[in-house]
Each structure stands twice: as C-alpha cells, then as structure tokens.
Design a protein around this ligand. Sequence first.
Ligand SMILES: [Zn+2]
Ligand SMILES: [Zn+2]
Length: 372
Amino acid sequence: MKQEELISIRRELHQIPEIGFEEVKTQNYVKEKIAGMPDNYVTIKEWRTGLLVFVEGHTPSKTIGYRTDMDGLPIKEQTTYSFPSLHEGNMHACGHDLHMTIALGILDHFAHNQPKENLLFIFQPAEEGPGGALPMLQSEVFKQWKPDEIYALHIAPEYPVGTIATRPGLLFANTSELFINLNGIGGHAARPHQANDMVVAASHLVTQLQTIVGRNVDPLDSAVVTIGTIEGGTKQNIIAETARLEGTIRTLSLESMQKVKQRIRGIIQGVETSFDCSATIDWGSTYCQVSNDERLTQAFMNFSEQQKDVHLIECREAMTGEDFGYFLEEIPGTMFWLGVNTPYGLHDARIEPNENAIFTAISHMTAFLSQA
Ligand SMILES: [Zn+2]
Ligand SMILES: [Zn+2]
C-alpha cells in the first residue's frame, strides 16, 4: 500500500472509534479494505465484532499470528486534528487506529506476495474492556487456525519514531479494575446520630487501601492500588447514603494480585464492621500479565538489531495492562512497543501519535515475518 493510502486509512479509522464489542463500523471498514486485496490464498472469518484472516503459505511448516486490537475509548477527544472522532464522546486514544492500519499494511503485502509460512491476522475487539482476547482464544474459529507463535505491538508515546522496545520475559503487569459500592443510611446533616455516613466510611476506606502497597506487598515485588474516582451523596446538607469508589490494581506477579485482592476484601469487611454499612466489590476486567517468550523474543530482538531503519531498546517492564497476555499464556510470542513520539500519554484526550511510525512498523514486521 502507498503511504498516502495508509495515512487515509488511519484517519478514517480515527473518525469512527467504537467501544468494546460495538466495533461494527470498524469491522465493516476493515472487511472492505481486505476485500480490495487479492484473495487467491486468503480466507477471512468473523468472530463477533472481530476478524480472523488466514494467509496460506506456499511451503508452510507453521502458522504465525499477528494481532491488532480494534476498540476505542469513552473519552472526549481534544486533539488539534482536522479529522477528529465523528462518534461524540468516543476516541481512539490508545492508538488502536494505528495498530489496525499497520496490520492492514502487513496483510496487504502478504496478500500480494505469498509468504512461506501460514500467517493469521487477528483483529481483536474489546481490548480496553470487557476483554476480547480470552473469549476469542476459546472460540472454535480461532482454535481451527491457532497459530504456533504470535506477535503484537503497542504504540509508545515516549519513544521517538523508529524505536522498538521490548524485553524477554515479563513486559506488562497483571491488572484488575476495582469498583466498590458502600451502602449506609442517609439523613439530615444536623442529625448524624440517626444516619450512617458513607462519605466518612469511603474516606477511611481510601486511606486504609493505601497501606496495602506499603505494608502487604513484598518490597522487591511491585504493586499499584489507585482509586481514580470517588462519588457519594446528593447534596451539601444531606448525609450520604451511598458512596462509590472506582480504581485499578496493577501487580508484577499473579501472587501479588491475589494477595492485594485478599487484603482489599479484608479491609472492606473491616469498614463494614466499623461503620455499620454494607459493601460490594466488583473486579471488572482483569487482565493477566504480558510475558514474552524468552527464545522468540531474543530472536526478534536479534533480528531488529540488524535492521538499519529501527533502533532497538531493551526496556523495563511497565505497569500497563494488555489482554494480549492471554494469547501469550497459550502461544509463545512477543509484544513490543513502537515509538510514536508525542508528549501526551496513552488514554490522554490530546494524544497525537506520529503517523510515520506506521511505515516503520509495516516494513519491520513485513521483513521479520518473511524470514521468521
Ligand atoms: Zn488502552
Ligand atoms: Zn491499547
């Protein structure tokens, strides 16, 4: 594909962000683009709002998977773009528009030049939530074409264009959402003895949650417990009957995740007792760690080091979450960061990734998959 075509694909996808399992227009758009490619040895199948595209190799000894995510986020865009989201309140703020464009670019190359090995292009919905990787892995269509190894990338705002960063072993943390509802008794602000104030209970709870990372997690391990929103009450002179806290948990090991959750349960039971209220916990979407296969990742890094047009960095593990981790639990493979050089982070309403990274990724992955 020509560079102008790739840029227009990215911009058209940017304008139609859809959240998890609602990627109907996105799926149709991708299908239309694939329909414009030669189909002599290409087979396409739908899975919910996702797509699986099988490219038959000429003398295959294995099947290699390449995965992109498809969903946008419920964020109101604040970029300076002339092609902003047309879906008010939704935005591609995590680069999945670039990820899909890159996958289409690589697919287009191999639809014109038959690869030696079989390739499976995976367009996966609902990465941000509720999580599309696990149900897709368990689906019959996926099992039929299950790859022997698998690759994926994620844009990285902090690296310059041309940079690729990864490491063998653990790349991303275990993550879980956290939603807590507290229910007490509302009442008049001047009659606290007749009520049961959930603003006070929530305040104590937030403070106590801070002790988990400080007092319960091994200092040589790492964890994050963040409460991002807190909501309670209805009016300044009414004692709050309910409160809701929303947050996220990140850990570097599955054991720490279990331990953190166990401590949260314990602290909440304590709050229920001390403030005579009732509480519910919902863990929301939980993603397992992204753990790169040692051997394949080392081979990918060796290959990348020899390429003149990319700069390889061996990075540290990060506290981000990615449901690609579920694929890596079952299939050996590699995930890597792709530099897009923007001052704003992932999920920031102002993020404007440098589009030149699309060309870097396509030429790099095309070369890599041709020799893998
Ligand atoms: Zn994201
Ligand atoms: Zn993402």
